[in-house]
Design a protein around this ligand. Structure first.
Ligand code: FES
Length: 112
C-alpha cells in the first residue's frame, strides 16, 4: 500500500527501460535525487554538480503534459549549453517532487 504523500512517476532510463516508481512529496526531493535513490542511472553519471543547475547530467525529457515549475535563468542557461537538448528538456534537479506531478512521465537524456 502506498502512502498518500507519495506520487507515481514513470521514468525511462538510458537503456530504454521503463520504471514506475513512487516518490515522496514531503521530503523536499527533486527528480534527480529520486532517480539516484532508485539507482536508475549509474552513480557518477547523474547529479554531478549536486543539483546546482551546473552540469546537465540530470537532463531529462518530459513526455507527459504536466504543468511544471518555470525554468530559472540558471536552468535555461545550462540547457542552452548542454548536448542532446530537445524542446521538452528539463534539468531533473530543478524539478521538485510535488503532488501536481503525480503520473509524470520522463525519459533520462543520454549521458554526455
Ligand atoms: S544535477 Fe547538475 S544540473 Fe542537475
Amino acid at each position: 500500500m502506498s502512502d498518500s504523500l507519495d506520487i507515481t512517476l514513470h521514468i525511462t532510463d538510458r537503456d530504454g527501460l521503463k520504471h514506475t516508481i513512487e516518490a515522496p512529496t514531503d521530503m523536499a526531493m527533486n527528480l534527480m535525487e529520486v532517480v539516484r535513490s532508485y539507482e536508475l542511472a549509474p552513480e557518477g553519471t547523474i547529479g554531478v554538480c549536486g543539483g546546482m543547475a551546473m552540469c546537465a547530467s540530470c537532463q531529462c525529457y518530459v513526455q507527459s503534459d504536466h504543468e511544471l515549475p518555470e525554468m530559472t535563468d540558471d536552468e535555461e542557461a545550462m540547457l542552452s549549453e548542454a548536448f542532446n537538448v530537445e524542446d521538452n528538456s528539463r534539468l531533473g534537479c530543478q524539478i521538485q517532487i510535488s503532488p501536481e506531478l503525480d503520473g509524470l512521465e520522463v525519459e533520462l537524456a543520454p549521458e554526455e
